[in-house]
Design a protein around this ligand. Sequence first.
Ligand code: PLP
Length: 394
Amino acid sequence: MNESKLRFRPADRMTALPKQFFASLVQKANAAVAAGRDVINLGQGNPDRPTPDNVVRALREAADNPQFHRYPPFSGFSFLKEAVAKRYKEDYGVTVDPQTQVAVLFGGKTGLVEISQIMLNPGDVCLVPDPGYPDYWSGVALAGGRMSFMPLTEANGYLPDYGAVPAQDLAKAKLMFFNYPNNPTSAVAPASFYKDTVEFAAKHGILAVSDFAYGAIGFDGNRPISFLETPGAMDVGIEIYTLSKTYNMAGWRVAFAIGNEEIIRLINLMQDHYYVSLFGAVQYAAAEALTGPQDSVRQLVATYESRRDALFDALADIGWRAPKPAGSFFCWLPVPGGYTSATFADKLLAEADVVVAPGIGFGDHGDGYVRVGLLSSEERLREAAARIGRLGLF
Ligand code: PLP
């Protein structure tokens, strides 16, 4: 609709919201599917496998329990926060007080957007990775904050260079995001990066937010490190952990903020004004995911790893070379000469019926790359590579 014809005058923050870059690509892909084309969509990040049976059974059982038909406690059930603490202890050796150091979130996205509103006044600066997950931008825009981009490049191992943050941005910075295993670049962070981050955040009084959405997905026998394993991390930051990827629960909307008590208190305070926590039966099933058998997680990682290997064998056959991802379920692949990430993605859709996410959608430094998800069967991934190979671009 033409905005000048709008009958209502929405708040300025609605126009400040970043454009949804991928919306037009999704439209084009949908149009191709509607036209009957056999499209292989590798552009999205929506896990394709079902939630483990034990979790679904727990939801069914809990849905029958009248206890969960009532309002849940405002900041979530204690049993769920205790389940989070147990998982962090077992997986990372990190001791967390479930009552004061865990907040229940409606998915990681919600927490990532809330935290900017909690921390930033108009004009305050947030340090964000470029390329990075676009939801960071949304929260900063809603808060009227300003972003200072930290380039992630192949040369720096896709880790931010804190020494390169402009002094005037540093002076106003109150918040920063980082995300390993990384979307979109698939890089994982070494312990030394987290140690540097604690020092940097403490020195400049910046809240450090580790977005650990792909925390469970590390390949070749390497388990990604949690930021909270780093001495001092709880003093300077929080980690956002979602069940969406670890347990294929993207549709359930369950995640947690874990870490600094003062920030957890502020998140709960903010949420007291927005929500009355998640449906109790979903909390019950989420606790089952965290405390029940974890074999499904190991199987999931093995599935992504063998898809990765199948895809990279097929990419080698067509001459498309890139380092294999160390974690996450994404591959970060360079675009051939003569194309931008957007023109290349358009060409793949138009001529190979393959959808990939153009790197520019994640920030200016993403423009030499496209992101490919490992969320289709090995057969479909091979087929996608073969179709791209037939274009003769490599
Ligand atoms: N952070 C990153 C880097 C992601 O890729 C995603 C989902 O795609 C999320 C956070 C949020 O996931 P959710 O809102 O499902 O917890």
